[in-house]
Design a protein around this ligand. Structure first.
Ligand SMILES: O=C([O-])CC(=O)C(=O)O
Ligand SMILES: [Mg+2]
Length: 578
């Protein structure tokens, strides 16, 4: 049996039932969140593991523990207090945390994920309690492999790593970005089926450009400006090499890298280690899926829309690529697509006569197309291009104002308007305003969750167009197929799988409700795994010859579920820390 952790192995008894063989007993056992059952340790386990006298005499079931934990959750006042409560629970007892989350995913997702995680990032140094994840800093570059060896997990398969340069829509957050890596990985477990012992959040602390953080006496990150150029590359090289040596089966999700690093890091490593960028590729895929559904809702094709994308960072670039791919699949040639997809950055429309960063060049509109236009600002582009779809990835709260929204409505009876920036404070428009300004005709989805909107007796559901519907299934499929690379074909398949799932399960919506996150992820995982096999990048022997039904069953059988296994001590272990 593979050695799973320094602290335990999962084994099977002669009848085939799984149990945990632990090498830690007594008080320390109650402080390892992956192992701690807390009040659910049975009387026999307490005797065997040296826990008698350390716990209250009552033995609780997982159900009873959940009930107790949910009561405490409800007693917390603010979303941030709720977040802190859940994070403490996770750091205390992971099975209980995930069991609770599974039962209340709709209520708790906005707490462990966007929008509250944005606040948790900002308050990270003040909320800090427990060492979770791998914190790599400049001082560690030479010894990255050695330090990764300090992580107690033996078989990490899924890593979320950020350099915190562009967290959500709120910019450079220094060390606090660790909270994003932690939050994303919670979704990998609750929706994507990856066991918590197989996940590792990483903060790549290359410094921060935020002087206020550097001067904050309570700040926990490294106090120096961000590494750039060769020093930055050497840092990430060292990290990737250490991961390959220590965790050769791991997939890396690059998260919240600014436009200055996101594209370079993705291209530099995507063929070195199976990896993808969540904000470029995940956001691209989820947006394409929602726009496809919105088009279907009004009985139109994507290829007939004119799409204006506001924001040319990682998200905007990824969305532009995905929409172009989608129009191409509906038969449009690239020259035709150029008349239908327009991308703006903070200086206005990207046109090919402008000086701009390399990664923006493929997003630029040929100057000839804009001949005679009255300007290149957002309102003018919406009017001149005849936009029927407006997508916000700018991080600029409120930028989709009334004149802009009305201008899209003037071009389309049912405009598609997605203010996608996170967290809530950065959303480009409030759904209620968009619906009011368009007499309830707009099809609206947002990046962060919004409640239903009621307008003149009519209720509108607001889809959550968040990459949470893509990355857990995409990453899980890559893990299960042992993909050597995460190809563009796999990312595109994720988008179409989500659109098809929504059409099947929630035909009146742009995105499924968040309570369907797990089922949606499974549908995504199936199609991505199939694509990996078709493209020949799946290294896992067991999946090569499976038909769809068998592949689905394989995926389902590999899902991790929160439940307690019986515990035994290792042969010869003393009832002390061994
Ligand atoms: O984390 C989220 O909610 C979605 C995302 O990747 C981002 O906004 O950067
Ligand atoms: Mg992100």
């Amino acid at each position: 049996m593979a050695h799973i952790s320094r602290y335990y192995d999962v084994k099977r008894d002669p009848a085939g039932h799984r149990f945990l063989e632990v090498r830690v007993t007594g008080f320390p056992l109650l402080h390892l969140p992956l192992l701690n059952k807390s009040t659910a340790f049975t009387e026999e386990e307490r005797r065997l593991l040296g826990l008698e006298g350390l716990l209250p005499p009552g033995v609780s079931s997982l159900e009873e523990q959940k009930e107790r934990a949910y009561l405490r959750f409800r007693q917390q006042g603010t979303p941030l207090e709720k977040h802190a409560y859940l994070r403490n629970l996770q750091d205390h007892n992971e099975v209980l945390f995930f069991a609770l989350l599974e039962d209340h995913v709709e209520e708790m997702l906005p707490i462990i994920y966007t929008p509250t995680v944005g606040e948790a990032v900002q308050q990270f140094s003040r909320l800090y309690r427990y060492p979770r994840g791998f914190a790599m800093s400049t001082a560690h570059v030479e010894r990255a492999r050695e330090l990764l060896g300090n992580v107690h997990l033996q078989d990490v398969r899924m890593i979320v790593a950020t350099d915190s340069s562009a967290i959500l829509g709120i910019g450079d957050q220094g060390f606090g970005g660790m909270a994003i890596s932690i939050g994303k990985l919670s979704l990998y477990t609750v929706a994507g089926g990856v066991g918590p012992d197989k996940t590792l959040p990483v903060e790549l602390d290359v410094g921060t450009g935020r002087q206020d953080l550097i001067e904050d006496p309570l700040y926990l990150g490294a106090r120096h400006p961000r590494l750039t150029g060769e020093a930055y590359d050497a840092f990430i090289d060292a990290f990737v090499q250490a991961v390959q040596e220590r965790y050769p089966k791991a997939i890396i999700q690059w998260e919240d890298f600014s436009k200055d690093t996101a594209f370079r890091v993705l291209e530099r490593y995507r063929k070195v280690v199976p990896s993808f960028n969540d904000d470029i590729q995940g956001t691209g895929a989820v947006t394409l899926a929602g726009v496809l559904r919105a088009c279907a809702l009004k009985g139109e094709w994507l290829r007939d829309q004119v799409v204006v994308i506001h924001g040319a960072g990682a998200g905007g670039a990824g969305v532009a690529a995905a929409i172009r791919e989608g129009m191409g699949r509906e038969g449009l040639a690239p020259e035709e697509v150029a008349h239908r997809v327009f991308v703006l950055d903070s200086r206005g429309l990207l046109t090919d006569d402008r000086r701009m960063e390399d990664y923006k060049q493929p997003l630029a509109t040929p100057k000839g197309i804009t001949e005679g236009w009255a300007g290149t600002d957002l309102l003018t582009v919406v009017r001149e291009a005849g936009a029927t779809v407006l997508l916000g990835l700018s991080g600029q709260g409120g930028i989709f104002n009334e004149p802009i929204v009305r201008a899209v409505h003037a071009n389309a009876a049912r405009p598609i308007i997605f203010p996608l920036s996170n967290p809530t404070s950065n959303t480009e428009a409030l759904p209620e305003d968009v619906l009011r300004w368009t007499d309830g005709q707009a099809i609206v989805a947002t990046g962060s969750p919004f409640p239903d909107v009621t307008l003149e007796g009519q209720t509108y559901q607001i889809g959550q167009g968040n990459n949470a519907f893509i990355f857990p299934g995409l990453g899980f499929a890559a893990v299960l197929t042992r993909a050597s690379e995460i190809t563009e074909g796999m990312v595109a398949e994720a988008a179409y799988a989500l659109a098809d799932f929504t059409a099947r399960e929630s035909p009146e919506r742009t995105y499924p409700p968040t309570r369907a996150l797990r089922d949606a992820s499974r549908a995504v995982a199936l199609r991505v795994a199939r694509q990996a096999i078709t493209e020949g990048v799946a290294r896992e022997e067991r999946v090569q010859n499976l038909n769809d039904e068998e592949l689905d069953a394989f995926i389902e059988s590999r899902f991790w579920f929160p439940k307690y296994l019986p515990y035994r001590t290792a042969e010869g272990a003393s009832p002390d820390l061994t």
